[in-house]
Design a protein around this ligand. Sequence first.
Ligand code: APR
Length: 243
Amino acid sequence: MNDVLDKLAARIKAARRLTILTGAGVSAASGVPTFRGQEGLWRQYRAEDLATPEAFARDPRLVWEWYDWRRQLIAGCRPNAAHGVIAAWSKRHGTAVITQNVDDLHLAAGTQGLIRIHGSIWELSCWGRCSQGATPWRDDRVPLDQPRCPHCGQLARPAVVWFGESLRREDVEAATSATACDVFLTVGTSAIVYPAAGLIHEARDHGAFTAEINLEATPASSAVDVAIQGAAEEVLPAVDALL
Ligand code: APR
């Protein structure tokens, strides 16, 4: 284990451009449930059953109940040591942080220049896409019961990217440009949801040294230069101590 930590630390130290991609595993130690794995279900539903425009069209009350439950839970969570290390590294010139997490715990930890490719659970937009309500607004009230668009009065939706929806163009551009780096580190993601899961392959194609930190093996593990099995909140501080 020490060998791989040394190897990763040496690469990070020498990197002019470091890019970090994070997923739900980074927030697990803060108490935010991950989407897949044992604690991934809410009632009997999987994320794929609820996080879609079709699910919202069918039963907005159910989908809002799920988001309200997550919002209440996240409101009581604080960043952990993994967020802390990533925030410190983000202040180094040439570092980009891309997250799939909508909990905003990276922001709470002080991460700079964060690219939130799946949006924020604390922002809403108009489900009816009225002209003003298409731009997300912040609403951090908890609990929240079927909120309405302040501009047109139609139902509001969480301003997160659902399955089957496109990522915002500026986020795709920023994330794609960040794959031109010397070191690409993926942390706490199951690496199965695209386009995020494809970024590590793009980075590899650009000649980046690639590394993964995850509790378990993922589809990315066999593709990276270094796969470290461990908890993000333990491994990242250990790597940081070697810099
Ligand atoms: N440290 C490191 N890895 C961890 C930890 C931890 N403490 N705890 C869990 N993990 C790992 C799990 O092994 C798993 O591979 O984090 C990963 C979490 O995977 P998912 O729940 O699938 O989360 P993520 O990859 O972020 O999901 C991607 O799917 O539902 C959508 O939009 C949602 O952004 C989300 C996307």
